[in-house]
Design a protein around this ligand. Sequence first.
Ligand SMILES: [Zn+2]
Length: 207
Amino acid sequence: MADTAAPITTDLDFEREGKQVGALKVPHAREDSALGALLMPVTTIRNGEGPTVLLIAGAHGDEYEGPVALMKLARDLKPEAIRGRVIIVPALNLPALLAGRRHSPIDGKAISSCFPGDRQGTITQAIAAFTRDELVNRADLVLDLQSGGRSMIFLPHVAIQRQDDPAAMATALAAAPPSARRSDWCVTISTAPDRSPASSEPVPSST
Ligand SMILES: [Zn+2]
């Protein structure tokens, strides 16, 4: 179902200094608009040289906490408060979020199952491909805010994909709140196929 043959575009310039509030234009032809598009809100804030942090929420459309938090942050964060770049995507699976559903009502997909994505695929697969190629690839650190939606209750925790590079692992740990690093609620997750099934191991407390 190639319903997004046209590419996703944006008028945001991710290299520009300062704060830009814009959108990804996701082509979506539909009954009432042959050239229709979804506008996925994105904010990019840059203040000089430094690392890039990508903040994502709304991977599942029934999880409202992350989108609310990132929309507030996108409104309030000023360039002078950072060094480097922050890219904020509060509604990654926008159709699902607008519908209040875990999966997109357009193609029935959860975006977390769509990576690495397919630019010629369904709308959720195309968003996943753009996210990986244009956003994740720009980032030194990616924070994906998730919660339990309507079917689960999540205890607060930080899950970190285990990194082979010690510097990368240290960066990931540094991004976790100190309260999480001192507890069992900071876990590392291995997703590499040559490793044992996804494990959940407490990370040694950081000093
Ligand atoms: Zn989720």
